[in-house]
Design a protein around this ligand. Sequence first.
Ligand code: TRP
Length: 339
Amino acid sequence: MTDIPAKKKRIFSGVQPSGILTLGNYIGALRNFVALQNSGEYDCIYPVMDLHALTVRQDPPTLRRRCLETMAVFIACGLDPEKNILFCQSHVPAHSELSWILSCFTYVGELQRMTQFKDKSQRHADNINAGLLTYPVLMAADILLYQTDLVPIGADQKQHLEIARDIAIRMNNVYGELFVVPDAYFGKTGTRVMSLTDPTRKMSKSDEPASYIAILDKPEDIRRKLRRAVTDSEGEVRYDRESKPGVTNLLDILSAMGGEDKEALVTRFAGKGYGALKDETADAVIAALTPVREKYDQVLADKAYLEGVLRSGAERAAVLAEKTLRKVHKKLGLAPYKL
Ligand code: TRP
């Protein structure tokens, strides 16, 4: 047999440049991306999804700034631009091109059934643009363009991944092996970080600032928010998501940040009040996020470096994207072209 190494599986995921990234994004996504990178088992592609952000009105200077800031957070969290392909979606035109082609293989009815479309068209009733409807097609293009095997996503994106799979299968049935059919990838830590003010809801940057910890929050803000986190009046540290969602959330966060499992934490905090739990959780979160914030400031201050990362990321992405796009053109019968 040959000793050619097996082709690594390809992972693709992205986040929108919509401003604040929270502790939920850190624990649920970014930290796992770093673990995947360090495992060396995958080729990973993580763009900032700025075209998707256009489905709601954006202030141009703010959007421009947030693309760079989001990339700086990626790098500050430990993603290495040499080991992963990091870029800005709009810098690789193949995303938009494939999106058009895929839209011709997607039914309006299936797009109208998406829960996110229904939600967003209610919330933005004055701007139900076509992009809001075709959002999942662009997302399918993102994924299929890179012949992606695995897509790390949260539960809210499951339906969108499903449609990407359906489009891939549908086109493969007509044209033969065009696309790898991607699977969802759920990290091993199933920690769902909940709101600090209403621990029955997921932590979200769209809620009031007291309810979430931003990755870039200052230590004193992190401590204050955790001290004020909603708990219950029982006074006993136990892990019970139903009857003690606030305390359970603190235990989950401390366990995710400190490494100790929740049973060990419950034993260690037996007989101690919630104050001690909150303080230790704050210490652990601050210890993890302080180097991230410092690295972020350093990266963001070096515009030339950041732009270099985006440029080389886009170049590497474009090579892979172009390969798929050519194949699609050929199989669908678009006239061949030579540059
Ligand atoms: N829709 C995703 C979100 O809002 C972002 C996204 C766009 C994405 N394209 C993607 C995620 C492709 C994974 C794969 O979270």
